[in-house]
Design a protein around this ligand. Structure first.
Ligand SMILES: NC(=O)C1=CN([C@@H]2O[C@H](COP(=O)(O)OP(=O)(O)OC[C@H]3O[C@@H](n4cnc5c(N)ncnc54)[C@H](O)[C@@H]3O)[C@@H](O)[C@H]2O)C=CC1
Ligand SMILES: O=C(O)[C@H]1O[C@H](OP(=O)(O)OP(=O)(O)OC[C@H]2O[C@@H](n3ccc(=O)[nH]c3=O)[C@H](O)[C@@H]2O)[C@H](O)[C@@H](O)[C@@H]1O
Length: 444
């Protein structure tokens, strides 16, 4: 199939590349000329494992190209996928500026019948709005569809090529059939539905996952107070198929470009129809609070944080990505600076993006975890990059000013920390003495 993808961000670029990988002819469009020039040169504007290899391969095979010119892309395609951003407005509602502009651009470029499908996460009713904008700006026939995206950053290629399910919403049965066939090489688990239900499935899915995270974080906070271990609790819960083991990893809360934005947008969608989504409001509230646990634990260990050197391990909102949108590290570092702490920060790939966002000259940007830890009074581990669990602990202890580690992601092993004389604190796990004495057999 001939496909134009509008927007070459995390979703548009990955979807476009994967559709070309399964044999389609794909033209990716972006209105940011810097991105398009980079992609044309074979450079990838985002860090996503495996993406560069697939771009090179499919460009060379002649199935994948990049352009700034939406007209030629739309005119040479049967299907146009909308993958532009839908950021949050100050009141939490999704900002549909880019969607509306792209819909008008598509309409004005159209030279014949097309399917216009939205992959961006959009409030219920948006595809009908897109349809209205296109019909008032084009004389050509078209149908619209909603194909919400469920990929996770950091494993975006794998998720796209091996989806749990594909959801396709359209009020036109022929469109549903064409889009079903397009996705069949990826999975046979395809749910076809109406436009509004497809739009809602996306928000409901993200809101449910966010709810699991806030739930386990509250359980973790209680575990700390009663001397239980949240990792064992989550494991014990997860074996129940009705609960499932994923998204029960306690820590400093969810960040990223989607959960924070989409939970707030769903609260607004509900408010707009006079429904008070109390549960989701609490999920958001718990998440806001959770990141400050790191600060409280630091204060408990060090007292005043004024002029204390704090090493930050990890800036990205999760490992294997350079995305720092709504990363917990942003607020945590800001609060530490407010309290007079001196920050030495390191992330394997997200430092440049973080520097662009948090333009604070007092932060020392480091090239390794060890460099960040040097002469520090404490380490705050904020992203669970694997390399942090591989650091030589004896050496680490020797170069720090005080052996304090606050592990916001429960990455490190409490027993090893104790053996190496660290004052180690994680989220919802007992201190290392308890962990040593209570084995699984004893508990059972
Ligand atoms: N990032 C993620 O992991 C996921 C994102 N989503 C949703 O997908 C949508 C896109 O998200 P991202 O890819 O993260 O956004 P992004 O901000 O990384 O990329 C959007 C791209 O669209 C381009 N753009 C904007 N207006 C345009 C126009 N009129 N013509 C051509 N290009 C235009 C921008 O220059 C940018 O490169 C959002 O609605 C998001 O909620 C859904 C699932 C996963
Ligand atoms: O709509 C989206 O953009 C995407 O949002 C999430 O994907 P993503 O944000 O890339 O990453 P996740 O792996 O879901 O992690 C999100 C945040 O939750 C946190 N998290 C995740 C899982 C967990 O058990 N605990 C936890 O704190 C992560 O650290 C991260 O900050 C969803 O998982 C995707 O299905 C969805 O497509």
């Amino acid at each position: 199939m001939k496909i134009a993808v509008i927007g070459t961000g995390y979703v548009g670029l990955v979807s476009g590349v994967c559709f070309s990988e399964i044999g389609n002819e794909v033209i990716c469009v972006d209105n940011n000329p810097i991105k398009v020039e980079m992609l044309e040169r074979g450079e990838v504007p985002i860090y996503e494992p495996g993406l560069d290899e697939l771009i090179i391969k499919n460009k060379a095979a002649g199935r994948l190209s990049f352009t700034f010119d939406i007209n030629s892309a739309v005119q040479n395609s049967d299907l146009v996928l909308l993958a532009v951003g839908t950021p949050a407005q100050p009141n939490g509602e999704a900002d549909l500026r880019f969607i509306k502009q792209a819909a008008i651009d598509i309409a004005q470029a159209m030279n014949g019948s097309k399917i216009i499908a939205t992959k961006s996460t959009v409030p219920v009713g948006t595809n009908e709005l897109v349809s209205g904008l296109i019909s008032s700006n084009s004389i050509h026939s078209f149908t619209v569809a909603s194909i919400p995206e469920f990929l996770r950053e950091g494993s975006a290629i794998y998720d796209t090529l091996n989806p749990n399910r594909i959801v396709i919403g359209s009020n036109d049965s022929e469109t549903l059939q064409i889009l079903r066939e397009l996705h069949l090489p990826l999975t046979s688990n395809i749910i076809t539905t109406d436009l509004r239900s497809a739009e809602m499935i996306k928000y409901a899915s993200n809101a449910f996952l966010a709810t699991k995270i806030s739930f386990i974080n509250e359980i973790a906070n209680i575990c700390e107070r009663v001397g239980a271990d949240v990792t064992r609790v989550a494991e014990g819960m997860g074996y129940d198929h009705r609960i499932g083991s994923s998204f029960l990893q306690a820590g400093i809360g969810y960040g990223g470009s989607c959960f924070p934005k989409d939970t707030n947008a769903l609260i607004q969608i509900a408010d707009n129809v006079d429904y008070n989504f109390k549960l989701l409001k609490s999920v958001v509230e718990v998440n806001k609070e959770q990141k400050y646990i790191v600060i409280r634990k630091l204060q408990a260990e060090l007292g005043s944080l004024f002029q204390k050197k704090i090493a930050i391990w990890g800036l990205a909102f999760k490992p294997n990505t350079d995305d720092i949108r709504d990363a917990p590290a942003i607020e945590i570092i800001q609060e530490l600076i407010n309290q007079g702490a001196e920050i030495q920060a390191y992330d394997p790939v997200a430092t440049q993006n973080f520097m662009n966002e948090v333009n604070n000259t007092s932060i020392i940007w480091c090239n390794s975890a060890i460099e960040a830890a040097e002469k520090s009074d404490a380490i705050c581990l904020l992203t669970e990059w694997n390399e942090f669990s591989e650091v030589n602990l004896e050496y680490l202890g020797a170069i720090m000013n005080q052996r304090v580690i606050i592990d916001g992601r429960n990455l490190l092993d409490p027993t090893k920390m104790k053996d190496n004389l660290f004052n180690y604190h994680s989220i919802g796990r007992p201190n290392s003495i308890l962990a040593d004495t209570l084995t699984t057999q004893e508990i059972s």
